[in-house]
Design a protein around this ligand. Structure first.
Ligand SMILES: Nc1ncnc2c1ncn2[C@@H]1O[C@H](COP(=O)(O)OP(=O)(O)OP(=O)(O)O)[C@@H](O)[C@H]1O
Ligand SMILES: [Mg+2]
Length: 493
C-alpha cells in the first residue's frame, strides 16, 4: 500500500473561504474540510475592498491546522479565488492600498468611457473576452479615471490568488487561468496583449505567466517557522472556475456542457483553442484558460446568488431558515408560472432581493409570486431558462450538439435546481461533486507532485471517488411557453 499524501486547497469564494485537504492513497481521493472562514468585503469610504490581511492570517491558520493534523504526509498548498481582482506591489514588494472588490461601484460607466478610446470589436479581437465592468482592464481604467495615485508607484500587479501565494513565498507570478480573466490576455498568442496594453496606456506591471500544475516555491522562512514545516506552494488553476471545471468528471470525447454552480452559474464547454467568432461579442461569451492548456468557452449567468440574497432578507424575521428549508419550500410551490432573467442588471446588488423578483414579475406582466417558495421557484426557473439559452448558443458557436449537462459546486445540493435544469434544457443532468473547486485545485497539486499525469487522469479518479447523481428530464409543454416569453424580455447581456 502506497503512503498517503495530503494536498491542501484554499478556495476563496463569495460565500466564504474554505480550506479542504485532499488525501490520496494512490488510488482513491477523499477530502476533509480543515477550516472555514468568512470572506466578507470591508467597506471603507463607500468602497468595497478585500480584507487582505485577515485572509492571509486565515490562510496561515488553515495551513497550520493541516500540519497539525496530517504531519509529514502534507505535501503542498494551492490557492484559488474568483477572477478579475488584484493587488499592486511597489518596487520594494510592499502592497499598495487595499485591493478593490469586484462588486464595488468604481467601475460604473467605465466600459462606455474606455470604448470611446478603442472599440469593443477591437478589444474583443485582441482578447476574445466578454465585457464585464469589473474585468481587470476596466478596474485599471477606473483607477486611472479616479486618479488613484498609487497606481503610478506600482511595479507589479498580482491577481488575488497570486497575491496570497506571494505572501507565502515571495514569488511574483501570474498564473495562466487567472490571467485569462483580465481582458488583457491574448488567447491566440497565449500571452499578454501588448497591443491593447499600449492602446490603453496601461503601465508595464503585468508579471510573467506560469502554467497551473507547477510548484512556484516554498514557504518563506518566517512562515515555515510559524507552521513548523517548509511547504511546497503550487499554482493550481488559481481561477476558481478553472479549478472547478478541472474536476468536472467529463469523459475525454464527451460533448456536455458544464455548470459551475455557486454564487454564479458559469456554463460552457471545453475547447482546444479559443473561439474568436464575433458572435461571442453579441452573446457576451468568453474564453477562459483551463488546467492543461485548453480553453473554456463560457457564459457567466448569475446563479445561487438569488437564494443567498433572499435568505439574507428572510433570516431577519426567521433565523431558523436555511438552504435546505428554502429548497423544500420552492419544491412545494406551484410550478412554471413565472421566471426572472438572472442576468438582468437590476439583480446585481439590489437592497431587497425578494422584492426585486416580485417587481420584475409585475413589470413583465407575469403572475406575481407571493410566498417564499414561489419567489425562489421563480428565480430558479429563470436560471434554468437562461441555461436553455446558453445550450442553444453553445451549439451554434461550436457546431456540435450538447448531449448532457454536468453540474458541480454548491448547486448540486439543491435537487430542485438540478431537476429544473434537466427539464428546461431537455438534457440529462449529472450532478456532482459539490466540492469541485477544491478538488480541481488538489488535482493540479497532484500533477505537480507527479501523482497523476494530467487532468483526464484526475477526472477518472474523481469519477470513482465521488457520487454523481443523474436527473432525467420530464416533458412539460409549459416550458416552451415560458421560454418564448423569456426570449422576448431577456436582457441583452
Ligand atoms: N444544503 C443545501 N441545500 C441547498 N442548497 C445549498 C445547500 N448548501 C449550499 N447550497 C447552495 O450552495 C451555494 C453555495 O455554493 P458554493 O459554496 O459552491 O459557492 P461559492 O464557492 O461561495 O461561490 P462562488 O464560487 O460562485 O463565489 C449557496 O448559495 C446555496 O444556494
Ligand atoms: Mg466557489
Amino acid at each position: 500500500m502506497k503512503n498517503k499524501r495530503t494536498f491542501l486547497a484554499i478556495d476563496l469564494g463569495a460565500s466564504g473561504g474554505k480550506a479542504v485537504a485532499g488525501i490520496f492513497d494512490g488510488n482513491n481521493l477523499s477530502i476533509e474540510e480543515v477550516n472555514r472562514f468568512p470572506n466578507i468585503p470591508a467597506e471603507i469610504n463607500n468602497h468595497l475592498h478585500w480584507d487582505v490581511l485577515r485572509i492571509h492570517n486565515d490562510i496561515l491558520d488553515s495551513i497550520k491546522k493541516t500540519v497539525d493534523k496530517f504531519g509529514n504526509s502534507f505535501t503542498s498548498v494551492g490557492i484559488d479565488t474568483w477572477g478579475v481582482d488584484f493587488g499592486l506591489l511597489d518596487s520594494e514588494g510592499y502592497l499598495l492600498g487595499n485591493p478593490f472588490h469586484y462588486r464595488d461601484s468604481y467601475t460604473n460607466g467605465i466600459i462606455e468611457k474606455t470604448t470611446q478610446q478603442v472599440s469593443k470589436e477591437k478589444i474583443f479581437e485582441l482578447t476574445g473576452a466578454h465585457f464585464e465592468p469589473f474585468n481587470t482592464v476596466f478596474q485599471i481604467m477606473a483607477m486611472k479615471e479616479h486618479r488613484i495615485s498609487y497606481l503610478d508607484s506600482a511595479k507589479y500587479l498580482l491577481m488575488m490568488p497570486n497575491l496570497f501565494t506571494y505572501f507565502l513565498t515571495g514569488e511574483i507570478t501570474c498564473e495562466f487561468t487567472i490571467a485569462t480573466t483580465t481582458q488583457l490576455f491574448d488567447p491566440v498568442k497565449r500571452t499578454w496583449s501588448k497591443e491593447l496594453i499600449n492602446i490603453l496606456q496601461i503601465p508595464d506591471i503585468l508579471p510573467e505567466i506560469h502554467q497551473p500544475g507547477t510548484t512556484i516555491g516554498k514557504t518563506l522562512k518566517t512562515i515555515s517557522n510559524y507552521i513548523d514545516k517548509e511547504l511546497n506552494v503550487v499554482l493550481p488553476a488559481s481561477h476558481d472556475t478553472g479549478s472547478a471545471v478541472a474536476a468536472v468528471p467529463i469523459f475525454e470525447n464527451e460533448n456536455s456542457m458544464f455548470i459551475s454552480s455557486g454564487t454564479w452559474c458559469i456554463s460552457g464547454v471545453e475547447v482546444e483553442e479559443a473561439v474568436m467568432d464575433k458572435k461571442l461579442l453579441k452573446y457576451n461569451f468568453t474564453n477562459e484558460g483551463c488546467l492543461g492548456g485548453n480553453y473554456r468557452l463560457l457564459k457567466n449567468v448569475s446563479g445561487l446568488w438569488f437564494v443567498q440574497k433572499c435568505l439574507e432578507v428572510w433570516k431577519e424575521e426567521d433565523p431558523t431558515l436555511d438552504y435546505s428549508k428554502l429548497t423544500q419550500m420552492a419544491t412545494e410551490a406551484e410550478p412554471l408560472k413565472n421566471f426572472i432573467d438572472p442576468n438582468d442588471l437590476r439583480f446585481l446588488n439590489p437592497p431587497d432581493m425578494p422584492n426585486e423578483i416580485i417587481a420584475y414579475c409585475k413589470e413583465t406582466n407575469q403572475p406575481v409570486p407571493e410566498t417564499k417558495g414561489e419567489i425562489l421557484r421563480c428565480a430558479l426557473q429563470g436560471i434554468a431558462l437562461r441555461m436553455k439559452w446558453v445550450v442553444e448558443k453553445l451549439e451554434e458557436l461550436t457546431n456540435k450538439k450538447i448531449e448532457a449537462i454536468r453540474i458541480v459546486g454548491g448547486g448540486v445540493r439543491n435537487e430542485l435546481f438540478c431537476k429544473l435544469i434537466a427539464d428546461a434544457t431537455n438534457r440529462n443532468v449529472y450532478a456532482g461533486p459539490v466540492e469541485a473547486t477544491s478538488l480541481g485545485n488538489i488535482l493540479a497539486q497532484m500533477i505537480a507532485a507527479g501523482e497523476i499525469k494530467n487532468v483526464f487522469e484526475g477526472r477518472e479518479i474523481i469519477r470513482k471517488s465521488f457520487e454523481i447523481r443523474e436527473y432525467t428530464p420530464s416533458v412539460d409543454e409549459r416550458w416552451s411557453i415560458l421560454y418564448e416569453k423569456f426570449l422576448k424580455v431577456m436582457a441583452d447581456i
